[in-house]
Design a protein around this ligand. Structure first.
Ligand code: NAP
Length: 249
């Protein structure tokens, strides 16, 4: 396949897809938002920074002669996904969405699913005091900033910039995480509740297994809805679709 592909990235799947496209001799450019200070760079060409909305992305597609776009961004990066839908429709460039599956509770899990980070914060505020392990990302901390009843163990890749919970222990770290260390961390901080987005994937799933083993309840923030475009859940399926071997659906 020798079409020019733009991969909207910032995820492990996007890096894996870019690497496979490079290996197959495709003309691929990956795009990163530029949010984290030291991003893990995909193989192949990389551009970093926003496009300037859907119109800016459409301009970019035209200027760079992009023939296919794969939105392989994080399941919660809904704004760039919306922009990709609009820009590709306007530019008549086919768009494929690559989204890893969400996580599924097992019989021993104690999960409560909520529709938003704000709803997660409201739920936590209504619970008895106890340490809360918060892994929703540094830009979602403001929702918990009014809660002075709970102690928060907050884990982010880069330091928070805005409002944070007043009683907070901050851990700067990035996955992948291992079960033993996750369980030890949760024991050490006497974690009584875990709050996570339904990011899916294996790199950050160990905290859910640790919570299960320790009997810790989990608040799971549900994903924003998928757009109405062809969507696949694996890199292999994305490659098949790009090669035109698979029917959309
Ligand atoms: P977002 O809210 O959907 O997007 C906000 C703005 O950031 C977009 O309008 C766009 O700016 C720019 N942007 C986002 N992704 C981009 C990309 N891949 N290339 C170029 N510009 C991009 O996105 P977000 O939730 O801030 O996520 C930003 C990046 O971090 C994404 O690449 C995502 O895959 C990754 N990420 C997000 C999360 C999460 O929890 N949200 C977790 C892990 C990784 P313009 O309008 O100027 O084009």
């Amino acid at each position: 396949m020798h079409v020019r592909v733009l991969v909207l990235g910032g995820t492990g799947e996007a890096r894996a897809l870019a690497a496979r496209l490079v290996d197959s001799g495709s003309d691929v450019v990956s795009s990163l938002a530029g949010r984290v200070s030291l991003p893990v760079l995909p193989r192949g060409d990389v551009r970093i920074g926003g496009f300037g909305g859907a119109a800016g992305l459409a301009d970019y597609l035209r200027a760079e002669g992009i023939e296919r776009v794969v939105d392989a961004t994080h399941p919660f990066a809904a704004t760039i996904t919306g922009h990709a839908v609009a820009a590709c429709a306007q530019s008549q460039v086919p768009l494929l969405v690559l989204r890893r599956p969400g996580w599924t509770a097992t019989a021993n899990d104690r999960w409560t699913r909520v529709a938003s980070v704000v709803a997660a914060a409201e739920l936590v505020r209504a619970t008895a005091p106890g340490a809360v392990f918060l892994t929703t990302g540094r830009r979602d901390l403001a929702a918990f900033a009014a809660d002075d009843q709970h102690h928060y163990l907050v884990r982010t890749v880069d330091p928070p910039a805005g409002d944070v919970p007043p009683r907070m222990t901050l851990l700067l770290d990035r996955g992948p995480y291992e079960l033993d260390r996750e369980a030890a961390l949760m024991r050490e901080h006497a974690v009584a509740r875990l709050v996570t987005k339904d990011s899916g994937g294996t790199l950050t799933a160990a905290k859910l297994v640790a919570a299960r083993e320790l009997g810790v309840p989990v608040v799971v923030v549900e994903r924003p809805p998928l757009p109405d475009v062809e969507t696949v859940s694996t890199v292999e399926d994305a490659l098949r679709s790009l090669a035109g071997q698979d029917s959309p659906g």
